[in-house]
Ligand binder design. Structure first.
Ligand SMILES: Cc1cc2nc3c(=O)[nH]c(=O)nc-3n(C[C@H](O)[C@H](O)[C@H](O)COP(=O)(O)OP(=O)(O)OC[C@H]3O[C@@H](n4cnc5c(N)ncnc54)[C@H](O)[C@@H]3O)c2cc1C
Length: 397
């Protein structure tokens, strides 16, 4: 028996984008939902993300509109509605880093790709940028390739976390550990911090990202199984903030079906701009030493932006796993994922952009489980969880 016991309608474990979005929606709908976090809000994949609200164009580079690009196609509009205060969560205080992204290729694209990008299916998502409208970095006469504009915003993730956490902050609690209390079929309650406090709930949702696997093991739930797809991301910034890198949000295209590099730009506390680089360089960078990867990344910048003389740079790298439901051959899942085992719902959004879709799917499942909104005393005796510092502030000290 715990020293203190509380009840709630839903316990959600893990305060990344998936847990926060769902938590915000459930509380707004009149349910009492508690979100439990064992580190800091956003610390794992969410604050490692590039903040791109994908609309699927990136997944159409092989000239085919794949299942992934269909599933995610509605997401930019869904987030835009929230940014405008007309969506299912209030993101009006979120900082939009860019209202669109660019996609460039050093060479002109093949006529097949040009007609595919101009096709009815894609023309609403991407447009060719005329030379005069190109941003300064691409105005150089030596740039003779193709430049497209994608209608996909890039968001400052710290402000997203703040916007989602603020309204129900007193229900987002920092815990150290959990012990489950089960009957034959169901989870009844959990004890936190070595039995210091007990929480009883009707439904439990696991949105712990990579932490879901350990929770499934503790609960002896054998399926779903999780996969990890590792990345080593690269970051650079000018040594001298007076010669800062320009802000760009862009995918560099080669001949393959994935961008060679995706660059987003983020402001440090001292007003310097960090280029955060993902794409093939981060996939192929796994296991490489810092020296090897940063030499390759510097070479890559010369290759993809050969006309641009960048300032002297300072580098950092970041190892992070993407956590997802297991797919054959470690491929990328196409959609948000939730599977239920009695009153435990196991979820991975698989993309930041898909968090609204994931929340819809979980809410459907909860409604199907005849969840009832009850009146509950607020939990006391646990601290509220705080928001994680940004990667730029922790990596470039
Ligand atoms: C480098 C990188 C770049 C990306 N860029 C993009 C992008 O630009 N656009 C996009 O759409 N997607 C992107 N993604 C994917 C996206 O970031 C993830 O799909 C999404 O953030 C996953 O969110 P989540 O809430 O499921 O998990 P996480 O953000 O990993 O959160 C899980 C939380 O659970 C907590 N936790 C774990 N175990 C426990 C426990 N036992 N008890 C309590 N709490 C626990 C963790 O501390 C963490 O806070 C990117 C991913 C990576 C790795």
């Amino acid at each position: 028996m715990a020293q203190k016991n509380f009840t709630t309608d839903v316990v959600i474990i893990g305060a990344g984008i998936a847990g926060l979005w769902l938590h915000n929606r459930l509380n707004q709908m009149g349910f009492h939902a508690l979100l439990l976090e064992n580190k800091t809000i956003g610390n794992a994949q969410t604050l490692s993300s590039q903040g791109i609200i994908h609309g699927g164009a990136k997944y159409a580079l092989n000239g085919i509109l794949s299942k992934a690009s269909h599933a995610i196609g509605d997401m930019p509009a869904r987030w835009q509605a929230c940014l405008a205060g007309k969506g299912d969560v209030d993101l009006t205080q979120v900082k939009v880093l860019a209202d669109h992204q660019l996609m460039w290729s050093k060479q002109q694209l093949s006529s097949k790709m040009v007609s595919f990008f101009a096709s009815k299916a894609l023309s609403s998502r991407m447009q060719n940028v005329a030379k005069l409208d190109q941003p300064a970095l691409f105005q150089d006469p030596k740039f003779k390739g193709a430049l497209y504009r994608l209608e996909e915003p890039v968001l400052d993730i710290t402000t997203v976390l703040n916007a989602l956490a603020k309204p129900w902050q007193n229900r987002i609690l920092k815990i150290d550990n959990i012990t489950w209390q089960k009957s034959d079929h169901q989870v009844l309650s959990l004890l936190v911090n070595n039995g210091e406090l007990g929480i009883k709930a009707q439904q439990f949702v696991l949105t712990a990202g990579e932490g879901n696997q350990a929770l499934l093991d503790e609960l002896a739930i054998k399926k779903p199984v999780m996969q990890r797809r590792p990345l080593q991301m690269v970051m650079c910034k000018a040594r001298d903030p007076a010669h800062s890198l320009p802000a760009i949000y862009a995918h560099s295209l080669g001949s393959g079906s994935k961008p060679i590099a995706t660059i987003t730009s983020h402001l440090t506390d001292d007003g310097n701009i960090v280029w955060y680089i993902g794409g093939n360089i981060a996939e192929n960078g796994v296991g490489k030493s810092f020296d090897q990867l940063t030499v390759e990344a510097e070479q890559l910048l010369h290759d993809i932006l050969p006309w641009y003389e960048h300032p002297e740079l300072e580098w950092a790298t970041h190892d992070i796993n993407r956590a997802e439901p297991k797919q054959s051959a470690l491929s990328r899942p196409d959609t948000a994922f939730v599977e239920s085992k009695d009153n435990v719902h196991i979820a991975w959004p698989t993309k930041l952009a898909l968090a609204p879709d994931l929340a819809d799917n979980i809410i459907e499942k909860l409604k199907g489980s005849s969840l009832m909104a009850g009146k509950h005393e607020e939990v006391t005796g646990l601290p509220t969880a705080t928001i994680s510092p940004t990667l730029w502030d922790s990596k470039f000290k």
